[in-house]
Design a protein around this ligand. Structure first.
Ligand SMILES: [Zn+2]
Ligand SMILES: [Zn+2]
Length: 362
């Protein structure tokens, strides 16, 4: 483990934003080569290295993310970011360091299956996993894919492996309303886009309520409309997000929202449309594989309320049995905060977890 902190501190000091991970990619390639691996590139900046024991055996893929965030670091550590305004505020530096160290320690070991170490870029853009899947990084005969994320608020040094929903699927939503402008004194000559949108915003709660308290939220954080206090607004725009754990709920809520938008526009004589896109499914850990992980790990936690934060690890779960775990870092500042730093003594726990997972027959 002696190189763990050297890897960590280098990566922490050299953060790169999603889709710009050129130096990180080069560092990973170089470091893996020095260990004796023959790493390969996937997509733009993805990297993977294989420990192939026997071509006839199944594969296990261990995944780390790579990207940093547009956050100014405020930790004051000597190895702080050398890239102003960019910081590893989501702990992906620790993820890479832990996986690199595991790769190093497993080199030369006789394992019960083949292992692929995958370093995935652009998690924060929630597109990197899709890019990796499309680049074909999941071997045909894959028994399991594992991911691990450092997580504030979970007991320090514990590993959470929870069956079922863990992280939400995000759908971004834009609503546009087109009306007809008019002087407020003769407002009956206009079609009020602002009033239409205000009604849609209030009625959106009816759509959210169809989730029957399964954790879904339909949230709007931005609304823009109108040009002056005395003019009927001719346009309105609103942006929001839907976070769901179940595809059926997503469909129901979106269908209701579309109906509300159409009905409200009809009442005010305006035109309205809903535009939405979804980046990743929810992270849902499968029961059987997750329970096997729970049995294997000594310091495991099994239950927690799912978060509405998203993770594109779910893209791998669409193609192979996969479990995303959280590595507890205790009471630290939040992820994506300029003061976030995982306690150092947690990192060896992550390495140990990778070693146990890699050496177990799945
Ligand atoms: Zn993040
Ligand atoms: Zn993250």
């Amino acid at each position: 483990m002696e190189k763990l902190f050297a890897y960590y501190e280098y990566l922490h000091a050299h953060p790169e934003l999603s889709k710009q991970e050129a130096q990180t990619c080069a560092y990973l390639m170089d470091t893996l080569e020095k260990m004796g691996y023959q790493p390969k590139r996937a997509g733009q900046y993805g990297v993977y290295a294989d420990l192939q024991v026997d071509a006839s055996l199944p594969w296990v893929m261990l995944r780390s993310d790579m990207d940093a965030l547009p956050v100014t670091e405020e930790t004051g550590v000597p190895y702080a970011s050398q890239n102003p305004g960019v910081m590893h505020a989501c702990g992906h530096d620790s993820h890479m360091a832990m996986l690199l160290t595991a790769a190093e320690m497993l080199q030369g070991k006789t394992l019960p299956q083949n292992i692929r170490f995958l370093f995935q870029p652009a998690e924060e853009g929630v597109t990197g996993a899709k890019e990796m899947v499309e680049a074909g990084v999941i071997p045909a005969n894959t028994a399991a894919v594992f991911g691990m994320h450092v997580w504030p608020g979970v007991e320090k040094g514990k590993v959470l492996a929870k069956v079922g929903p863990l992280m939400a699927s995000p759908t971004t939503i834009q609503i546009r309303v087109k009306g007809l402008g008019a002087h407020c004194g003769i407002r009956e000559r206009g079609n009020d886009a602002l009033m239409t949108m205000a009604q849609i915003l209030v009625r959106s709660k009816e759509a959210e309520s169809l989730s029957n308290g399964d954790g879904t939220i339909l949230f709007f954080g931005k609304l823009h409309s109108g040009t002056s206090h005395n003019i009927v607004a001719s346009e309105a725009y609103m942006n929001g997000t839907l976070r769901t754990y179940y595809p059926e709920t997503r469909e129901k809520v979106l269908a209701k929202l579309e109906a509300i938008v159409a009905e409200t526009a009809a009442v005010y004589g305006t035109e309205a449309e809903v535009i939405y896109s979804s980046f990743a499914p929810a992270v849902i850990n499968p029961e059987e594989l997750t329970k096997r992980v729970q049995k294997l790990l000594p310091n495991v936690l099994t239950d927690i309320a799912p978060t509405r934060i998203a993770e594109d690890f779910s893209c791998y779960q669409e193609h192979a049995p996969g479990v995303l775990m959280w590595l507890g870092v205790g009471d630290t500042p939040s992820l994506h905060n300029g003061k976030f730093l995982p306690p150092r003594d947690v990192l060896p726990v992550g390495v140990d977890t990778w070693l146990r997972l890699a050496q177990h027959k799945w």
